[in-house]
Write a protein that binds this ligand. Structure first.
Ligand code: IMP
Length: 193
């Protein structure tokens, strides 16, 4: 079964493909000759994920899915949330985003945060969402060189190292994205039965 992913990010496509059996072929916007970024105008991760999936479904009429991820910080009322990629302004810059986060949390004792991913599947016109969450803490300076985004300042609960100090395999086992993809993959497999 072919299923289209509303992304231009081939790393994400590869990550999802690896977690699915050979029954599924994951294709991206690039396979449709479309390299445009789909506008993300929603105010929640759920809305943005749905918007992207609907855009693809309405434009090309095929089975598809989309994802959206954000870092939600308790002391910042859930910010940066849907604005995680462009927290310090456009164009998005990981380094500036982390600087801004640390600045906004200066002298803040509550360091609780979570990463959340929402995947939206549209299959035969039916919409279904899958959530992955990982809770943790924002530390006050960067540690580690792996990963991307806010990884150097995020320590998942139960760990003493940041996401950026983990291997990709270690991170995927516990991460928001890993959890949501596994739920999604398990559901897709039920469709094959
Ligand atoms: P996206 O929806 O996957 O493109 O993620 C939006 C933004 O959230 C990214 O640009 C990053 O700033 C942040 N982000 C998403 N996933 C992660 C992660 O696993 N680690 C660190 N930052 C992330």
């Amino acid at each position: 079964m072919k299923i289209y992913f509303a992304t231009n990010n081939l790393h994400k496509v590869e990550e999802v493909q690896k977690m699915l059996s050979g029954d599924f072929e994951i294709l991206s916007l690039k396979d449709l000759g479309n390299t445009l970024e789909i506008p993300e105008t929603g105010s929640t991760l759920e809305e943005n994920s749905l918007l992207k999936a609907r855009y693809l479904h309405n434009t090309f009429g095929m089975n598809c899915f989309a994802d959206d991820t954000g870092l939600e910080v308790e002391a910042l009322d859930g910010a940066p949330g849907v604005y995680s990629a462009r927290y310090a302004g456009k164009p998005g810059d990981d380094c500036k985003n982390v600087d801004m986060l640390l600045e906004n949390l200066k002298n803040e004792p509550n360091r609780n945060a979570r990463f959340r991913t929402i995947i939206t599947l549209i299959n035969d016109g039916r919409e279904k969402q899958f959530e992955g969450v990982v809770n943790g803490k924002i530390i006050d300076e960067r540690r580690g060189n792996n990963g991307f985004g806010y990884d150097p300042v995020f320590v998942p609960n139960g760990y003493v190292i940041t996401f950026a100090e983990m291997t990709a395999g270690e991170k995927n086992r516990i991460s928001h994205r890993g959890i949501s993809i596994r739920k999604f993959a398990d559901f897709l497999l039920t469709l094959m039965k």
